[in-house]
Each structure stands twice: as structure tokens, then as C-alpha cells.
Design a protein around this ligand. Structure first.
Ligand code: SF4
Length: 510
């Protein structure tokens, strides 16, 4: 849990409604096709993934060939009120929550986006790496983008490809070949959901980039309704059993009451974002490696094994709330010690304003997270957290705990050191702001412990992640091995544009 951006008044709430984490999971979507109006169900399902974006929400429904759209800045409950969803007719639709990592987060950047030819609505989750190239290609064909949101170029390219194949009544083959062309033209990490008419029927279309970096799952209810979503919890709330995850480089076409059409278009080596399991996704969601809760617990077991090898004493394991609790509990179980609640979190602070000085920042942290003296005093304490990004928050937490005079204070992280930025849709700092990226690998743990004010820092390794979550992971922010290559210009553009300079948190000293 990283509080530094939150303490500076920058970060939106984390998965449980609180500012935390290495950044934000930047967007989530749901889509549904049924035999009854879908707007009410889409609004409920979207609430289940509100943690993926709080800046804007939107919904588009498809009825008799026409798209109805409503989107605005704000939370789902504010934007998609009942009187609004009542004006969105149709038995097929999509909905989206947005956290802007590209563009300034203006109203026109909210999703979904729509076209008239063909009549279609589309939403996505991810980051495109060749947006400038796509923009130029679309301009050459007389198509002008109206927003900074990279869902729009995906929609324009898809619409362009569909219209090149079928001016009226696109078929399944037309759409499959159009998505194949999209995956050839659009580079980056993206999962997409769209509604349109295919073979004369309302159809929900879902596809993922060739590596399947960003998540997308789908399922069918007993009454024949299909749903697709960024996280399986959106299906759970509507009682839709999970069929599976859209495979990398595949497209799935769904129509109410029919079998889904699953077609391979441009598959490559799977590289699912492991940070979804470590931090971003809700613990009750299921991603490719399994139930997120279980994955975090298994990472805690690995952490216990690493800790045992250190031979250090431990009296109590304390989770930095809330993401790390499954890992902390599992680690404590393995070590035969108690996992205790060491911090009480204030759930009503909301966003904070920019804190002018250190004392005020300390007070803001204390307001959000109050330590329990008896848990720490005179004991050998291990604090468990999901990741260390800038290190600012953990330094403040360690300083706060030190005032309660533990016998020793250790930090255990159930992921490897974050040493590289993410270009695939997770709002992480640039390399020079990553505390582990600035330290030599050889004595990283020792020097970081000293910077944080802890007696030791323990990380997992990339091998630990593979042992727990299997192969086929993207872990580029740990190891720098990017599945989708980028030019220097593309890297710089993503790093500079996705967070305007004025809102950047200052890099921690040292
Ligand atoms: S670089 Fe890290 S955060 Fe980004 S997609 Fe890969 S694993 Fe996820």
C-alpha cells in the first residue's frame, strides 16, 4: 500500500475505496447481451468494479440498430442513476469506469465511444503504444480523433476495417477478420468489449491483445444471457457463472441464448499482468492464475519460506491494510506466529488535499491509518505489504511504528522490487521515481532497509512469482522484459502524457 500519491492529494481510492497502491488499475468494463433490457444489470455490475476507476463512468446500449449513450465524470452511482439508465433501451450494452492514464481525464475522454457506420459502441482497458502512428494513419483516411482516449482509435480502426468488408450487415467472418486486422494495426496492451449487429443479431464482441496483458473474462447465465468484464466479480453480482478468460489474441462473439463463437486471430505468448493478482484486482475476482485471494495467500507462503531462511526472530506479522492481508495471514500461519491487526484504517477520509509540510503529511497518514500500540511495543514485528514503488509511504509507516518501540521492525514484500515503469496501462511512476530502480541490485535490500528505517527488507523473486502464478506472466515492471516493444519516443510520450507534470508527486529524497 503506497500512500505517497494519496498523501499528496493525487491518487484516487484503491480497491477498497482508499488511496493506495502503486498506481491505479485504470479502467474496467462490463458488457451484456440478454433477452431483456440490460441497462439496470450493467449499472450494478459496473459498481462491482468501481475500484478500477473513479474519474468517469458511462454506458452505451444497443437497440434495433441504434446506440444510446450516457457518460460523465463521477462515480457509477452518480453518473448512471436509475432515471438515466431508464433512458438507455436495449438488450445489449456495455459500460465503463475510467481512470485516465493517457489524456487529461476530461469529459470527452470518458468511455464508451460510439460510431454510426457501423452502428457500434466500444470500451477498453489498457494503453496503446503506437497512438501517434494510428492517429496519422486515421488522418490519412480522413478520420479525425475527437478525444485523447485510446479507446477511440481502437473503435475507429475496427469500424474502418468492418466497413471495408461490409457496408451493411457484417457477418461473423467480417468481424473476426476485422479484429484480426485491429490486432495487426494497434500495438499495446488492451482488452476490448463492443456491441454491434453481426449476422443481423445484437452481438457482444470481446477481444484481447495478442499477449492478453490486460484481463477480460466472460460467462453465460442459465437464461442464455452473456456477460464479459474486466473482473469476474462483475459477473458474480449478476449471477453469471464464469465460462473463462478470453484467450490472448482471440475474439469472442456472444448472442443471447446461443453458444459463444471463440476465434483465434493473432495469439502470441501469454503475458498476463501479475500486478492484477498482487494488488489491483479485487481479492474475490478470478484471474488466469486463479482466485486472487488464493494467489496472494500463496505468495505469503513463499514469503514465509524466504523469511525462514533469514533466521530472524518474529513475534507478530502485521498486514499493511488491506490488500496484503491474505499474504500476511498465510505468512504468519507458515511461521507459527499470530497475524494481528496493527493498523486501523479510517474509511471516511476520502481524497486529501496537497499537504504543505512534513508534519501535516504525517497527520494525514495517521488520520488514514492509526497504529495499535500493544501490537508493536517490545515485539519483533514483520510488516507485510504488496509492493514498494516510491518507498515514501512505507518510510512514513515505518517511522510511525518506530514511535511504538518495537524490539525490531522488518518489512516483507510479496512481490519483487519494482525497478521499471509500466507502459501497458498501469499508472506507475517513471524509472527515476522508483526507489528500487535507483539502488544497486547487489545490496538493494540492505540499502532500502536503511532508507525506510527498517531492520530488514525482504522481497520475493521473479521465480517465486512463476512458482505461484505459473508461466505466461507480464512482470516487466520487475524485470524490464517488455512483451510489446516500444521506441524511445513512445516510452517518453507515455511517461510524459499520462500524468500531467503539475500533478506529479515529488520524488522521495535519497
Ligand atoms: S509492467 Fe507490471 S504493471 Fe505493467 S502490465 Fe506488466 S506486470 Fe502489469
Amino acid at each position: 500500500m503506497e500512500f505517497d500519491r494519496a498523501a499528496e492529494g493525487i491518487a484516487p481510492p484503491g480497491p477498497d475505496g482508499y488511496p493506495e497502491g502503486p498506481g491505479c488499475p485504470l479502467c474496467g468494463f462490463v458488457g451484456m447481451v440478454a433477452t431483456e433490457p440490460v441497462a439496470p444489470a450493467l449499472a450494478i455490475a459496473l459498481c462491482a468494479i468501481q475500484h478500477r476507476g473513479q474519474d468517469a463512468a458511462g454506458m452505451a446500449t444497443f437497440d434495433d440498430g441504434a446506440v444510446s449513450l450516457h457518460k460523465d465524470l463521477g462515480l457509477v452511482a452518480q453518473v448512471l442513476r436509475r432515471e438515466i439508465t431508464a433512458t438507455l433501451p436495449g438488450r445489449a450494452g456495455i459500460a465503463h469506469v475510467r481512470y485516465p492514464t493517457v489524456g487529461g481525464g476530461a469529459r470527452q475522454d470518458a468511455q464508451p465511444f460510439t460510431t454510426r457506420r457501423p452502428s457500434m459502441a466500444l470500451a477498453h482497458n489498457g494503453n496503446l503504444t503506437n497512438l501517434a502512428e494510428l492517429d496519422q494513419g486515421l488522418r490519412d483516411r480522413g478520420i479525425r480523433l475527437t478525444s485523447q482516449c485510446d479507446a477511440e482509435p481502437i473503435l475507429c480502426v475496427l469500424a474502418d476495417e468492418v466497413m471495408m468488408r461490409a457496408v451493411v450487415r457484417p457477418t461473423t467472418e467480417d468481424v473476426v477478420e476485422s479484429v484480426r486486422a485491429v490486432l495487426g494495426r494497434v500495438r499495446g496492451a488492451y482488452s476490448v468489449v463492443a456491441v454491434m449487429e453481426v449476422d443481423g443479431q445484437e452481438t457482444l464482441v470481446a477481444f484481447r491483445d495478442s499477449h492478453g496483458i490486460r484481463p477480460c473474462c466472460y460467462g453465460q447465465r442459465a437464461d442464455g444471457a452473456w456477460m464479459a468484464a474486466s473482473e469476474s466479480v462483475a459477473l458474480d453480482v449478476m449471477d453469471v457463472p464464469l465460462t473463462g478468460h478470453v484467450p490472448p489474441g482471440h475474439v469472442v462473439l456472444m448472442r443471447a441464448g446461443e453458444e459463444a463463437v471463440v476465434r483465434s486471430v493473432a495469439p502470441a505468448e501469454p503475458r498476463h499482468c501479475i500486478f492484477e493478482d498482487i494488488y489491483f484486482a479485487r481479492p474475490d475476482s478470478r484471474m488466469e492464475p486463479g482466485r486472487v485471494l488464493d494467489v496472494r495467500a500463496r505468495l505469503g507462503v513463499r514469503l514465509a519460506a524466504v523469511w525462514k531462511r533469514s533466521g530472524r526472530a518474529v513475534d507478530v506479522v502485521v498486514a499493511v491494510p488491506d490488500t496484503s492481508r491474505p499474504a500476511a495471514d498465510a505468512m504468519a500461519r507458515e511461521l507459527g506466529v499470530r497475524s494481528e491487526e496493527g493498523f486501523i484504517k479510517n474509511r471516511y477520509t476520502g481524497r486529501t488535499f496537497i499537504m504543505p509540510d512534513q508534519a501535516t503529511r504525517e497527520a494525514a497518514l495517521r488520520l488514514k491509518l492509526n497504529p495499535i500500540d500493544e501490537v508493536f511495543r517490545g515485539r519483533d514485528v514483520v510488516l507485510v505489504d504488496d509492493s514498494i514503488v516510491r518507498g515514501t509511504t512505507m518510510r512514513r509507516i515505518a517511522g510511525m511504528v518506530r514511535r511504538h518501540e518495537p524490539k525490531s521492525l522488518h518489512v516483507a514484500i510479496y512481490s519483487p522490487p519494482v525497478r521499471h515503469p509500466c507502459f501497458y496501462g498501469i499508472d506507475m511512476p517513471s524509472a527515476d521515481e522508483l526507489v528500487a530502480g535507483r539502488l544497486p541490485v547487489a545490496d538493494l535490500e540492505t540499502r532500502l532497509a536503511s532508507q525506510l528505517g527498517a531492520d530488514s527488507v525482504t522481497f520475493l523473486t521473479g521465480e517465486d512469482l512463476t512458482e505461484v502464478a505459473g508461466k505466461g506472466l507480464c512482470s516487466a515492471c520487475f524485470d524490464g522484459r517488455y512483451a510489446v516493444s516500444l521506441t524511445v519516443e513512445e516510452r517518453n510520450w507515455i511517461l510524459s502524457d499520462r500524468r500531467p507534470e503539475t500533478t506529479r508527486a515529488p520524488a522521495p529524497p535519497g
